[in-house]
Every structure is written in structure tokens, then in C-alpha cells.
Design a protein around this ligand. Structure first.
Ligand SMILES: Nc1ncnc2c1ncn2[C@@H]1O[C@H](COP(=O)(O)OS(=O)(=O)O)[C@@H](OP(=O)(O)O)[C@H]1O
Length: 588
């Protein structure tokens, strides 16, 4: 105790000394005598205190040796470069003390700054005690800084510096968050790689299954671009005049599709613990060529959204539907609890049975209907049909169905009322086409060689409403069926034209519709001038949709366009009334 008191006195004496010599250069002769020989100057900040507290002085660890050299260098810098700012030095000095093995004694220091010249002086004499204030060691008890009874009495240090617990806490928080994020990113990328590997394996399986078949019609893309599964099948159906049974998908092709899809499902074991395949809580039900793929990919930027690969066509194809919900569930991606699984199959929108089937699966499902200005959509549809017709080899045939026959059959087709039982099949996709033959594709393929103008406007100048690209664009004819089954609040109408021009506002609407936190923002997009569309950017990659999205449209005569717009204006108004939103499409 006596020793403690002596040390205390020394500190106090130093304090007195400082008071007396406030802002004066130190006179070493005046302070030399009462000072124990091993006392050194210490300028201690919070981190050093922590370090001092947690490191045993007698441990000869590598870090201690390294520290010794570092501190000696710093001491030299301090002594020989007095012109450096005192602030920097005050920060760098404390370790000196630790290395030279000094203990800490504290006192109620008065507030006062140590001048650079003083520090230099102190260090060069290395045997001075001055108690300098501005020590606010808030988070280390004073007891922790006092000498214990057992310890040597010869050491004492000067404590100068500023304790910064808040800064330390901030650093610690940032460090912890960075650690957490790093871990999260690693975990995410591992998850992504596993899924990618599963998808690649699935694609390989599909490739091999389709290449081994005699018909090379099926191109299944399990990833970003969807058109594959839909394109060949639905396009063929779409090419048919409205109201005629779909003709493109042969039984053998259907079998291939089913086989391909069976093999295409990712291996059941490729998933993380705590993930499972969920039936979709939200479905993009259409409309074809309105940006359904872009919408799904953009939504997939949201961490809470998982998307099904490709198009599942569960509800619109009887053969798929007959396989049951478990089959459908297995087509869904693995998801964590709380994530929303989304599927998109654009032909759901126009297939009469679909609303009730979806309702039977989940009465509270959320539905997204993306629409686009109807004439542009029809032209886009035509462009796709034409592109696929030209890339699909024509079977040898001499038969050719003239345009008038197609038109007349269309005009005599039943009205589009879906409640008519005759009409149920009119929009039915490939599942109902099992009785059709390959030959029936021929006129459709050849039909696509004709111009849009010819196909959309009959020779007598009337609109060919039964031409499928036109028929699909008459949105209210399909929409009302959905509203007979679902409440309006379960359906969100997405503006496909705006999604092209400026995706973020539409995506924000959807996030809120799906009750998800807002996450997707402008940082997720950049405009690709070559493509003429927005492309996506996430932490890991930048991605544009492939060429089949954003095709060059054929030239359509302005007269035909304005004629079609006039035709659609009344239908559009009916659609606006039905959904209670005016999408502002041009009427001329
Ligand atoms: N960001 C972005 N990049 C590329 N394409 C975009 C994008 N956003 C919307 N679109 C529009 O999406 C149209 C294709 O629509 P779908 O994906 O619904 O087509 S499909 O029914 O699945 O075949 C496609 O139609 P076309 O331009 O006629 O090809 C695009 O206009």
C-alpha cells in the first residue's frame, strides 16, 4: 500500500510539475530526481489499453517481438521527427510503453494537451512522469489499470490520449457486419453454384434426350430464356386460326416434351438443408409477348423470390395437369421459408380451364397479368411465329392452304366466348392437340411466310379477329374469366410497355403487391444501347435477355396499325372497365 501511495505521489508530483510548466518546454533537470528510472511515457488509447489488459507481459510471443520492433521504429520516428503532427504521434506512441514493460498508474488528471516538443523531450529522456489528462477510459475499470500489490513498484507511465469507445464500437459493428455479409455472400454463392450445377445437369439430360429423338423440334431452355418449351408448341398453336383446334404438337412431340421435362427436373438431392420445393404463391399467367420473361427475371433479382425454370404449363395442358400437384411442386425451385416461388406460363391467360385449376390449388394465390399495347403485342407475336416457322424445317408436302381458307375457317369459327363449350378448346394448348397431325403444321408454317398485314386484315378489309395474335390481344375476352374466379385484389395488372421503358416503378408495385420489402432498384439495371432494352445487374452478374426477346419487328403499314388501333380501342376500354385501370393505349 505504501508503495502505491508513493507511486501516486509521483504521479501527483508530475501533475504539479505540469501545472507549473503549462505549455512550457520541459526542464528535465527539474523533474529527473523524483522519477523512477524505468518510467516511460505512454500515450494510451482505448485499443492499447485493451491490448495491455489482455496480453501478459511475460509472454514471449512472436507478436510481442514484432511489436517490439514496430514500436522501436515508432519511438525513433517520434524522437527524430518532431515536426510531425502531435496528433499522429499521440496515437502511435502508446505501444512503446507496452513493449518496454511499463505499468499504468492513473489519477484524476487535469485537462491539458501535451505539446509535440514536450513529447519529444519526454521520450528522449525516458524517465519522466507527467500526468496529463484527457484520459477518458470509460469502458475499463480503473482497477484494471492500477498496479496489483504483487507487481513491481518501479514502473509508472504517463497516460495521454483520448479514449474512443464510441469509435471502437462503430469499428466493431462494421467489422461484424462485414463478417456477416462475407459469410452471407459465400453462402449465397455456394447455393447459387449448386442450383446452377443442378440446372446444368438437367439441361444436359434434356439435350441428350432431345438429340436422341428423331424429331429435332424441341429445344428446352431451362434457364433464362423460356421460349423453348413454349415456342414450338405454343407457336404452332398460336399460328392456327383462332377457334380451330391446335395442330402443331404431335403425340410424339408431346411425349418428347414430357420426357424432357421429367428429366429436366433438378436432382432431388441438390438442395440445402432448410430449403424445400413449394407450390408457387404467385404466378405470371400472361400475356404472351408482353414481357413475361423479362418480368420473371427482373423479379428474381429480389432475394425473397425464387423462380421456376422454363415454363411449366401445368394448368393449361391436360397431360401435365393429370400428373397432379406433386408433379407440379417438383417443377418448382428450392426455396427458403418465407421466399416467394413464382412460375410463369403465358398461355395460362388464354386457356379457359386455368383460372379454376389455379384456384383449386391455392385460392389466395397472387396473379400477375402483364399486358402491352395490343397492336404491338400482336406484331411481336407474329414476329415470333414467323421466326420459328422459318427456323423449323418444313415437312415435305405439296398441300398448301390458301390464306382465304384460313381466313374463312377463322371467320366461321365460334365466337370467343370461353363459356361456350365449343370454344373451350379454342385456346387450349398442346394437350388438346393429340389428334392433330404433323401435316397440319404445314399450312401454319406457310401462313407465317405471309405478311402481318395480310394475316391481320382480311381481303374484304375487316379485322381477322380469329388470327391468334389478334385474338390474344383482345384482353377483356380472357380477363373476365379470371375475375369470375379470383378477387380483383388478387390480380395485379403490370404495364409491359412501361416495364420496357422504365422497369423499376413496375417492379416496386409488384414488390408491394407480393408484400415483399422493397429491394429492387435502379442500381439493378443498365440500359444496353445495342440491345435497346434494359439489362439486369446483380451482385454476381450482369445479364440481358437473349435475342429472342426484343426481336426486330417486321414493318407493318401505318394504315394497318391505325386500323387495328381503332379496332382495339373499344376492346381496350372494356378491358379498362373490367380491371378498373386505364392503361392509356393509343386509339389511332
Ligand atoms: N428488358 C427486356 N429485354 C428484352 N425484352 C424485353 C425486356 N423487357 C420487356 N421485353 C419484351 O418482352 C417481350 C417478350 O415477351 P415474353 O417474354 O412474354 O415472350 S414469351 O411470350 O415468353 O415468348 C419482347 O417482345 P419483342 O420486343 O417483340 O421481342 C420484349 O419487347
Amino acid at each position: 500500500m505504501q508503495q502505491d501511495q508513493r507511486r501516486w505521489l509521483k504521479c501527483e508530483r508530475g501533475k504539479q510539475y505540469n501545472k507549473a510548466n503549462d505549455h512550457q518546454s520541459l526542464d528535465s533537470s527539474r523533474v529527473a530526481s523524483p522519477i523512477p528510472p524505468r518510467c516511460l511515457l505512454a500515450i494510451v488509447d482505448t485499443y492499447t489499453l485493451l491490448y495491455l489488459r489482455n496480453t501478459r507481459r511475460d509472454s514471449a510471443s512472436v507478436s510481442r517481438v514484432v511489436m517490439y520492433f514496430v514500436l522501436c521504429a515508432r519511438a525513433a520516428a517520434l524522437i527524430y521527427s518532431p515536426r510531425e503532427s502531435s496528433k499522429a504521434r499521440v496515437r502511435s506512441t502508446p505501444m512503446l510503453v507496452h513493449t518496454f514493460g511499463v505499468h499504468i498508474c492513473t489519477s484524476s488528471f487535469e485537462s491539458r494537451r501535451l505539446r509535440t516538443s514536450q513529447i519529444v523531450h519526454i521520450v528522449s529522456h525516458s524517465s519522466i512522469i507527467i500526468c496529463i489528462p484527457q484520459v477518458r477510459v470509460k469502458w475499463m475499470g480503473r482497477a484494471g489499470m492500477r498496479l496489483s500489490e504483487a507487481e513491481s513498484a518501479s514502473d509508472c507511465i504517463l497516460v495521454v490520449g483520448v479514449s474512443r469507445p464510441k469509435l471502437a464500437a462503430a469499428f466493431l459493428t462494421v467489422a461484424l457486419i462485414s463478417l456477416f455479409l462475407t459469410f452471407h455472400i459465400l453462402y449465397d454463392s455456394a447455393l447459387y453454384s449448386l442450383h446452377a450445377a443442378a440446372a446444368a445437369a438437367a439441361r444436359e439430360a434434356v439435350d441428350s434426350s432431345s438429340s436422341s429423338s428423331s424429331l429435332d423440334l424441341l429445344v428446352l431452355d431451362n434457364g433464362i430464356d423460356d421460349n423453348s418449351y413454349e415456342s414450338n408448341s405454343i407457336d404452332a398453336v398460336a399460328a392456327a386460326p383462332f377457334g380451330t383446334p391446335p395442330a402443331a404438337v404431335t403425340p410424339s412431340l408431346q411425349l418428347q416434351m414430357a420426357a424432357a421435362y421429367n428429366t429436366a427436373s433438378p436432382p432431388a438431392k441438390a438442395h440445402f438443408p432448410k430449403t424445400s420445393r413449394q407450390l408457387p404463391q404467385a404466378i405470371i399467367v400472361g400475356v404472351r409477348k408482353c414481357g413475361t420473361r423479362a418480368l420473371l427475371e427482373m423479379l428474381f433479382l429480389h432475394p425473397q423470390i425464387q423462380k421456376a425454370a422454363g415454363e411449366v404449363h401445368f394448368f393449361d395442358r391436360d397431360d401435365n395437369y393429370s400428373k397432379g400437384l406433386e408433379w407440379y411442386r417438383k417443377k418448382m425451385p428450392y426455396s427458403f421459408k418465407g421466399q416467394v416461388t413464382i412460375e410463369k406460363s403465358p398461355s395460362y391467360f388464354v386457356t379457359p380451364e386455368v383460372p379454376e385449376r389455379i384456384f383449386a390449388m391455392n385460392a389466395s394465390v397472387r396473379l400477375l397479368v402483364i399486358v402491352r399495347e395490343p397492336v404491338t403485342r400482336a406484331i411481336s407475336d407474329y414476329a415470333q411465329l414467323r421466326s420459328h416457322a422459318s427456323s423449323t424445317p418444313s415437312p415435305p408436302t405439296s398441300s398448301f392452304s390458301s390464306s382465304s381458307s384460313s381466313s374463312s375457317s377463322s371467320s366461321s369459327s365460334p365466337s370467343m366466348s370461353p363459356v361456350s363449350s365449343n370454344n373451350v378448346n379454342s385456346f387450349q394448348s398442346p394437350n388438346s392437340s393429340t389428334s392433330t397431325s404433323l401435316q397440319q403444321q404445314q399450312p401454319q408454317q406457310q401462313q407465317q411466310q405471309r405478311s402481318f398485314d395480310e394475316l391481320a386484315i382480311r381481303s374484304d378489309g375487316t379485322i381477322n379477329e380469329s388470327y391468334r395474335p389478334i385474338a390474344i390481344s383482345i384482353y377483356h375476352m380472357h380477363m373476365y374469366r379470371w375475375l369470375e374466379v379470383f378477387e380483383r385484389r388478387q390480380i395485379l395488372i403490370v404495364n409491359g410497355d412501361q416495364l420496357i421503358d422504365d422497369p423499376v416503378p413496375q417492379l416496386k408495385r409488384i414488390e408491394s403487391f407480393l408484400r415483399l420489402e422493397s429491394h429492387i432498384g435502379r442500381h439493378n439495371f443498365y440500359f444496353n444501347h445495342t440491345k435497346g432494352f434494359y439489362c439486369m445487374r446483380s451482385d454476381s452478374e450482369e445479364k440481358c435477355l437473349k435475342e429472342s426477346k426484343g426481336r426486330r419487328h417486321p414493318r407493318v403499314s401505318p394504315m394497318v396499325v391505325s386500323k387495328l388501333r381503332r379496332f382495339f380501342s373499344e376492346h381496350n376500354r372494356k378491358f379498362y372497365d373490367l380491371v378498373g385501370e386505364d392503361l392509356g393505349w393509343p386509339e389511332e
